[in-house]
Design a protein around this ligand. Sequence first.
Ligand code: HEC
Length: 182
Amino acid sequence: MRQILIAGVMLSIFGCGGMAMTPSAPSNGTPKDGELAFPTLYKSFPKFLHGIQKPNAVRDLYVNQRGAETHKGENFANGSILVMEIHNAKKNADNSFTKNRDGNLIKDGLAKVFVMQKGAGWGKNAPEGLKNGDWIYSAFKANGDRLDIKYGKCRSCHMPLGEAKDYVHRYDEYFMKRGHSY
Ligand code: HEC
């Protein structure tokens, strides 16, 4: 895992995959918000929850193998990566949202990719009063380019979940759907 992390950091430092070298490239291996490497292989990660219906979007969540090894009731281990794809929803000619037979919105293009990743001691890089354990946040366009976002928003909306749910909104639902509690 350590090697994968280092590879990820190198990737972002050397700006591979069309990612521009940004001033936010991690300097000492402990990233701040906005500095996580784009998890290019996330589509092959285990499913966390897919097809989440929002009023104007559909969201798919993924968790990397490390995170998927988490047991119900535990916090995610260092090295865990959670990814949220935010898809636009298809619209009809009259601008209303198109629904399928089950009344669900239909995906119409990937808009953004939101990422949370954990590493030992990374929480020290978070602003005082907004620390969510050791999670660090980053937001990307569909092509992996970084979005310019105020990360305090991510933190303050995930913070109420608290240590018990490891600041993960769909914590309970995930472990319920997985249908086991080992
Ligand atoms: C206004 C509240 C809010 C803000 C702001 C917010 N999130 Fe979330 N986030 C949620 C909710 C709610 C979910 C669960 C999925 C859903 O219902 O959309 C979620 C889910 C996630 C997940 C999947 C794991 C989980 O918690 O279930 C990731 C990863 C994530 N968000 C990253 C981010 C990042 C990165 C930002 C900032 C760029 C951010 N979020 C900002 C509310 C928020």
